[in-house]
Design a protein around this ligand. Structure first.
Ligand code: NAD
Length: 501
């Protein structure tokens, strides 16, 4: 936790009503996880700042809600072009504050931009339904109207992509938005706010506030906010869901994960091991879709573990902005210590430590090396918890039935994958596994932007997933309009006639 005393640290502003401002607030610190140095300060907003953001968003709502759909789509098109031009700059900010490698950060911005691309099609997506003659001279149509002032609360691990899952859809649908990014990685959101302004978004439509629980609670308790999207850990997701439900806010709250990959003996082991290495250790395992548990079926186990060990050993660990580095640091010293604590627990629980990442040789920063456990059982803490670090555990099962049973008994259900050469086994897995996103020979089955992203069970509280059509549904309310325009010769409804007769 070093702070260079001679440097005056910059403060990341909030963004309210189209302007960057630094409010009077408690201040937090932003770190570069590769060095452990404090690099910036960030205001932890209180009720008064959240209220100012809500007032700005509420004031901007009437004009934006009534703006033509084409105008809203064109702002998204311009925003998309600006994101493309500034992708590298955003990626550099992400690497500085999160630690992931630059190519990984570039890829994450790319995935976020795809949601903006989808939002550019909003005129098509908001088309309603129409039925003629539901009764004599009676027609029915539906409207999709914006929900109002929406808020997004996001985690540290995707500083641009997860916010981009939310606000482009909300804004394109005619809502106004308040984003509270993770206080650990606040800068990318402010840069995106500047780009939205440059794209022609009216002031007040998009606002960014920062902070911890106090800022989140001020959002949850504000009567001027109508919908909340959350992505983060399961205990907080549950809290957000329950608190919003009590006050009648619309809510989607995506939580944590323990994603399993099942490997059958007929899988191409070289291909599978390469896929699993990327899925387990990419972004140092700090991905909600990381594969953190492998269920090796029958004779797949021994050759697979050998290949995983060989490949994991070769991964180059270091600062994410350095050429050739494949895995960066963890987000904080506290989180590194938690991950190291799980490695100790795994050893104490008598799992077989195949590869030990506890010592990396790095002098500074929050690094943990690639770690692999074999012969893990479902009772062990290293299996039962989301470690959120570069620790892959291998369980062994005798059959595909047993593998599916293991997955379906786990409280998390975000993503899962199967590796096999058998279409029949893959089809059965797809059908029986109780998980929201499934990959067949695809280790991280993140849906493309025009499908929706979300898990089941403790990985999502709420009904609608993010982006894709479910995103459009979340950020709009449906209204059904029934209309009668009688011809002169249509008899008027009498007392004894059914209304729609
Ligand atoms: P987190 O739950 O600690 O924080 C998420 C957000 O909640 C942040 O903005 C934070 O400021 C706020 N927050 C933290 N503690 C709070 C509290 N007590 N009360 C109210 N708000 C609080 O999560 P994180 O550590 O930033 O992110 C990692 C977690 O997010 C992992 O569990 C990961 O699986 C999950 N995640 C899930 C998805 C998904 O799509 N399901 C995607 C990315 C990350």
């Amino acid at each position: 936790m070093n702070k260079p005393a001679e440097l005056k640290l910059a403060t990341v502003p909030v963004w309210i009503n189209g302007k960057a401002v630094v409010p009077q607030a408690r201040m937090g610190e932003v770190y570069n996880p590769a060095t452990g140095q404090v690099t910036k300060r960030v205001p932890y907003c209180d009720v008064s700042v959240i209220d100012a953001a809500v007032k700005a968003a509420a004031a901007a709502l009437p004009e934006w809600r009534d703006a033509s759909i084409l105008r809203r789509a064109r702002v998204m098109q311009k925003f998309l072009a600006l994101l493309q031009q500034n992708q590298k700059q955003l990626a550099v900010l992400i690497t500085e504050e999160h630690g992931k490698t630059l190519p990984d950060a570039m890829g994450s911005v790319q995935r976020g931009m795809e949601v903006v691309e989808f939002a550019c099609g909003i005129p098509q997506l908001l088309k309603g339904e129409y039925s003629e003659n539901v009764g004599t001279a009676v027609d029915t149509h539906t409207l999709r109207q914006p929900v109002g002032v929406c808020a997004g609360i996001t985690p540290f691990n995707f500083p641009a992509m997860v916010p981009l899952w939310m606000f482009p859809m909300a804004i394109a649908c005619g809502n106004t938005f308040i984003l509270k990014p993770s206080e650990k990685v606040p800068s990318a959101s402010i840069r995106m706010a500047e780009l939205l302004k440059e794209a022609g978004l009216p002031d007040g439509v998009f606002n960014v506030v920062h902070g911890d629980k106090a800022a989140v609670d001020a959002i949850l308790n504000h009567s001027g906010i109508h919908a909340v999207s959350f992505v983060g850990s399961t205990p907080i997701a549950k809290y957000i869901y329950e608190t919003c439900a009590k006050s009648g806010k619309r809510v989607q709250a995506l939580g944590g994960a323990k994603n399993h990959a099942v490997v059958l003996p007929d899988a191409d082991m070289e291909f599978t091991a390469d896929a699993l290495i990327g899925a387990a250790y990419g972004s140092a395992g700090e991905r909600c879709m990381a594969i953190s548990a492998v269920v090796a079926v029958g004779s797949a186990a021994d050759p697979l573990v050998k290949l995983l060990e060989q490949k994991a050993k070769k991964i180059v660990v270091g600062p994410g902005d350095r050429d050739g580095v494949e895995m960066g640091p963890l987000i904080t010293g506290e989180h590194r210590d938690k991950v190291l604590g799980f490695v100790e627990k795994g050893i104490a629980e008598k799992a077989k430590l195949v590869l030990d990442g506890r010592k990396t040789g790095m002098q500074e920063g929050y690094f943990v090396g690639t770690t692999l456990f074999d012969k893990v059982t479902t009772e062990m803490e290293i299996y039962r918890n989301e470690i959120f670090g570069p620790v892959l555990v291998v369980l062994r099962a005798d059959s595909i039935e047993e593998a599916i049973e293991i997955i379906n008994s786990n409280p998390y259900a975000n993503g899962t994958a199967i590796f096999t050469a058998s279409g029949g086994a893959a089809r059965r897995f797809e059908n029986e596994v109780q998980v929201g996103m499934v990959g067949v020979n695809v280790p991280i089955p993140v849906p493309v932007a025009f499908y929706s992203f979300g898990g089941w069970k403790n990985s999502l509280f709420g009904d609608l997933h993010v982006h894709g059509m479910e995103g459009v549904k979340f950020y709009t309310r449906t209204k059904v309009v029934t209309t009668r325009w009688p011809h002169q010769d249509t008899p008027a409804p009498g007392l004894n006639m059914p209304t729609l007769g």
